[in-house]
Design a protein. Sequence first.
Length: 223
Amino acid sequence: MDQTIMLIWVSLFGLGLFHGINPAMGWLFAVGLGLQEQRASAVISAFGPIALGHAAAIVLAALVVVLIGQTLPSDILLVLTGVILLLFGGWRLLVRFRHPRTRFRASARELASWSFLMATAHGAGLMVAPFLAVMTPMASHSHAGHVHHSNPALTDSLGTALLAVGVHTAGMFLAMAVAALVVYWIVGLEVLRRAWINTDVIWIVVLTLTGVIALGWGVWEML
């Protein structure tokens, strides 16, 4: 079980790296701002708001999972998140990567809001849900249906969820910063024309695979 939990923590960090390397999650916007203002500090100053908006989207999904987890056992929650991920992956495939439009110049508040919307639209928060369903203590397991004014399971779950968000956001911030600064200082935006990888397609595949794994894991625990 300890190895499973360790693998989940590593997966959360790795998922953050994948989010950060995805241009749609913000580093391309940061590079664009730097090129527009002709200074590296504009690139760097964009990292904080973008990471904050991304983290807010993950927190929102994490809170939903934790609260639902106080009434549902982990196996049912895994099945539920698996089904939602599969449906969301199908929806992402149908809409073919439509992104909300935004102005190129943006304040820190606008950057954070934009990042939140992009992370939510891409289902970034949903990706964390299966991991939290396994990691966080459930009230149904720890309380056997009894209600207390002080709910240690809820407190522990919230603490675990916030730590998971922190680990995930750290990975996202690291990958975003490296990608943006390498493109800005070394290779330039021209590399995107010669060596572009459609990360949206990869993202849909990851969404679908995670949904299948979560669904299968939940069904296995039910048996």
